[in-house]
Design a protein around this ligand. Structure first.
Ligand SMILES: [Zn+2]
Ligand SMILES: [Zn+2]
Length: 393
């Protein structure tokens, strides 16, 4: 906001006053960001006029977003499948730099590079105390606030973050510091796609050395199920996808077998059982298709795990044949990889820095915020793993 110099201010006083004003109003600098106003891809538009409205509370942090991956959940959010109020700033898979911290913040400091977590958990309820921040009783995960506005209109954030904007405000425990040498575009993926896939393997299914695994869907999350299963020593990892071009990437990440699901009479269960006659120890459904979930149950051997990683419309109903689950199988709901972000994110960043976790290979494309429609198009075609938006170019 420009300040008019008044004639009665002494020379030098104006500059001093302007500097103070700039400091106080730093959060009111207009930013570029994306705003969702409906339930179609066309209802996402670029704004150059977004402002942060709130001062930081003692445990909040202001973060400059430098990289934000476009995840399947962003498309689901835009399509109204999560029933979010609008107008809303989408985006939730992000990394950036801390630019301001509240008075009581101790976990990170100005200048830190951080991966953002969607968990705004309280840290002190019984579930948090028990080590399950994703189950927080105080509405911590995927919550909504309105930290910005465009003109007089307040804007919600998606999943406690709202990352498709140049700056956002989050809680202290959503900021997980990482080494400054780590590229932020690669780091951003850990915040959702990577933890959702690897966490399903490490935290929930607890895949053991020698186990067999089926992964339905070899996109951004599926590739991380594959590489995590490979890291823990799964003996066979069977990937299924409708796009044949994904085979080489899936094999690079550790898939031992690749099945293309094409044709009207394609039978996924029969195709898997040709490779694993008794079924797999673990079947991961990553697409978010309820019909595939019932097929995943039939691909699993007695005693096995069926992992519902993909998220359909939140009101969807799943049906399965009783007998298919009856033989001591576990059907697991898995949200965000059962993550413990403060433990898991540094561990994943460390594996990357040591060359043991693939992240760069997942980035098919980078773009400014205006690239969102292209990212959605690529996602629907299914040939690319991830587009990462760079709000600061
Ligand atoms: Zn809690
Ligand atoms: Zn996501």
């Amino acid at each position: 906001m420009p300040i008019s110099p008044h004639v009665w201010i002494q020379v030098g006083e104006y500059e001093k006053m302007r500097d103070n004003r700039v400091k106080r109003e730093r959060k009111q600098i207009n930013m570029q960001g994306l705003i969702l106003e409906g339930t179609t891809e066309d209802s996402v538009r670029l704004s150059n006029n977004i402002e942060l409205v709130a001062d930081l509370s003692p445990r909040q942090v202001r973060v400059e977003i430098h990289a934000a991956g476009v995840c399947g959940s962003d498309l689901s959010c835009v399509h109204g499948k999560y029933y979010m109020p609008t107008p809303l700033v989408p985006g939730h898979e992000a990394a950036g730099k801390v630019v301001e911290v509240g008075s009581a913040v101790t976990y990170c400091q100005k200048g830190d590079h951080v991966i953002l977590s969607t968990f705004g958990n309280c840290g002190h309820c019984p579930e948090c105390e028990d080590g399950h921040p994703g189950n927080c009783r105080n509405g911590g995960m995927g919550g909504l606030t309105q930290p910005y506005r465009e003109d007089d209109q307040l804007l919600y954030n998606f999943a406690n973050i709202g990352a498709f904007v140049q700056e956002t405000i989050v809680n202290e425990n959503q900021c997980i510091p990482i080494p400054k040498e780590m590229p932020l575009a690669s780091a951003s993926l850990i915040g959702c796609g990577v933890i959702t896939g690897t966490g399903a393997v490490f935290n929930r299914a607890k895949v053991q050395i020698g186990d067999t695994v089926v992964v339905i869907g070899a996109g951004g999350v599926g590739l991380n199920v594959i590489q995590a299963a490979n890291l823990v020593g799964a003996s066979q990892i069977v990937a299924i996808d409708r796009v044949a071009e994904k085979e080489s990437l899936a094999r690079d990440f550790g898939a031992t077998d690749f099945i293309v699901s094409e044709g009207e009479d394609f039978d996924a269960v029969a195709a898997v059982k040709e490779i694993l006659p008794f079924g797999a120890h673990h079947a991961f459904e990553v697409v978010g298709h309820t019909g595939l979930l019932s097929e995943a149950i039939n691909m699993t051997r007695p005693g096995g795990n069926i992992c519902a990683v993909g998220v359909p419309d939140l009101t969807a109903t799943v049906t399965y044949g009783f007998q298919s689950l009856h033989q001591n199988k576990q059907l697991m709901g898995i949200r965000a990889g059962g993550a413990k972000p403060r433990k898991d994110f540094p561990m994943l960043a460390d594996l990357y820095m040591r060359g043991k976790l693939k992240l760069d290979e997942m980035i098919s494309n980078t773009s400014g915020l205006e690239g969102i429609q292209g990212a959605f198009d690529a996602m629907k075609i299914g040939t690319e793993a991830r587009t990462v938006l760079l709000p600061h170019g």
